[in-house]
Write a protein that binds this ligand. Sequence first.
Ligand code: GLU
Length: 304
Amino acid sequence: MNTGGAAVRTGRFAPSPTGPLHAGSLVAALASWLDARAQGGRWLVRIEDGDTERCLPGLGERILAQLAACGLVPDATPVWQTQRLARYEEALAALVAAGLAYPCGCTRAEIDDALARQGVVHARHQERVYPGTCRDGLHGKPARAWRFATHKVDADVSWTDRRLGPQQQDVTREVGDFVLRRADGPWAYQLRVVVDDAAQHITDVVRGEDLTDNTARQILLQRALGLPTPRYLHAPLVRGADGEKLSKQLGAAAFDTDTPSAARAELSKAARVLGLRAADPTDAPADALARWVPEWAALYNPPP
Ligand code: GLU
């Protein structure tokens, strides 16, 4: 078919195999699948096992089987990040060559000290805004991480979320020079996700709202690497009774896709979170999915 040169719309679900599929991650999977189908596009899966320390063996396969039980089958062979480490090397090398990444030798305690000297009190559990100590060199310390040099680019990023509307973040001020790789090996999520979304030709990132805050960093990396910026839609989260994001443990409790009716019931709960109708009790997962496509299109992808 001649698409007039327009890119095939392509979405993806990118779970980290740190636990099985659960109520929360199914919402992101369903939302990204419906969005791709509503645009007549492709839906891909990427197993984000690049953070080898936190990923458990066998869980990537388990997630794929749970998705299939829900009728969510990717249009191409899933990508595993552990097979893509050479690409992350290339991207970091390109950033270093462009003067946009530098080695940092600071420990957490040193970062806290530097922040305290600037009068910034670092709240527990809050991310530290890196104060840029190693921008001009390691000062004889061993490298502990590679960081993105936000001060070398225009780091005040504005973008529009398809659900949440206009967003803005000054990455230097609100996040600082973020980590791309730890010197002992692991690649940071931000670098992996940007390299892989581009390699998979993703045009539409649809994922949970808890990831919204990462988008500005990812846009900065796309610009620095000369990669296209996809459209973003951050979907509602499953909330517990207290209104908080459901934890992995709670979300996984009693999550069951072992039979078609159990899978339909889980899909139906996920659909309600997205503002779609509940599935008909006689629907097979595939029938429920087909019914939700036009509903999704009306809510999130209305014709111009
Ligand atoms: N792997 C990430 C997670 O499970 C999601 C990445 C993304 O969708 O950008 O939280």
